[in-house]
Design a protein around this ligand. Sequence first.
Ligand code: NOJ
Length: 548
Amino acid sequence: MADLSSRNPDWWRQAVVYQVYPRSFADADGDGLGDLRGVTQRLTHLATLGVDALWLSPFYPSELADGGYDVTDHRDVDPRLGTLDDFAELVAEAHRLGLKVVVDLVPNHTSHRHPWFQEALRSAPGSPARDRYVFRRGRGEHGELPPTDWQSVFGGSAWQRTPDGEWYLHLFAPEQPDLDWGDEEVRADFRKTLRFWSDRGVDGFRVDVAHGLAKDLTEPLRDIGGIGATGEEALLRVPPGSHPYWDRDEVHEIYRDWRKVFDAYTPPRSAVAEAWVPAARRALYARPDELGQAFNFEYLETHWDAGELRRAITDSLAAAHAAGASATWVLSNHDVVRHASRLMLPPGTDPAAWVLSGGTAPAVDPAAGLRRARAATLLMLALPGSAYLYQGEELGLPEVADLPTEVLQDPIWEQTGHVRKGRDGCRVPLPWTSTGPSYGFGDGGAWLPQPSSFASYAVEAQAGTAGSTLELYRTALRLRRKLLEGETLTWTPNAPAGVLDFRRSEAWRCVCNLTDEPVPLPPGEVLLSSAPLSGARMLPADTTVWLA
Ligand code: NOJ
């Protein structure tokens, strides 16, 4: 059995971490927006579920230009979400329940309302206040053109002009100016932030846009030309480490510096990189003298296909082991279409296009999607390394793809000129009860409308109900804790085509049938199955079993 206690400095290596998107989790003060007291009141849900840690997406003061990832003060709590005292209570209660707390750190950019950026706007070009960000003169006779062709991830140019004519860089929304990590004051301030939360009992950090902090700002700035602006494909077109602003080699120096701060605590603070980079480069962020872990988005992006999944699993384990890191697995988060819907999309379907169609092209059968999602989850929870769950997946929630456009909050909708609806469909507030104005989310409604189908997904409807998705997660996590040992797996030779079959140990074998037909069920006691089994020792389609 794995030791996940505080005494173990490696508690995170095989932990199950539950992501809380605070504004959509639970609303204690009834203003329609989730808050920290709401999280604290519902922590027993996490303890009963059997996860080891919670990761809180940003709860810092924010204008909400990008769902909280536009931070005005990295060392405070948004007043709409509570206070630092509420945060202290949350941490104390989590620790009392045996849960670790991971917070999100947003070092690549601040909000445009951050005092530093406001000072920069008031200050003259070339001033130290502007040096904390990336301000440049434009091209063209009167500087009327952006300094480079760099593109924002959310669409359009990554440069915004200020009233005095200079331009500033924003790789995300214009309300999120990029910091210049070449500036020593920026570095020192973030070390202070790491210590601020570590001193308040935080056990680890999730590092937003970890691959974006180092930029090639040598003059003249280089255009990206045909390389492409975003995504791993762009990175595959250039020699590793040479894109002007993604995944540059110098970024690792920053994390080696942070490691010294993490290791000054007992146990050392853990960290996980959000880095959308090719697999071989991802492991660099996870080296033991850097962050320790990096999210494995390759696994998330893989279709429901045995060959593709096996390759993603094998490559990810090899890369993590070679770096001395532990592997990570994730199926859903606050940025992607929930896996109960996504896994049903035929290969080649762009999930964003599916959301734009209101979830109609193609139509997804919720029951079939849920069946596949449950099989995928049981597969993920059997893999060596740590698993990151996203709030609501334990209820089997589908994506809410048909949100009316007038309620959309994600900047992607406006910035792409209404070509992509964005990520609101996975951020709809959670249903806790089957009735009530916001299904138990709070007394004051919900900031994004919940569909009536949420009633049947509610925690209340599933708790104690045999066969429910919630009970499947609870049982799986309880068993996983008992069965967990080393960080390796052994593939069973000669598994039928379309079947993934591996052992973690003598006591734990996982078999997943990704074909459309039943396959013979290997011998062994069935510990858990993602779907009901017939008596005939067959493993139905889209089903995973754990065998002893
Ligand atoms: C990644 C976060 O997960 C996403 O929600 C956010 O929009 C960007 N980083 C920018 O901070």
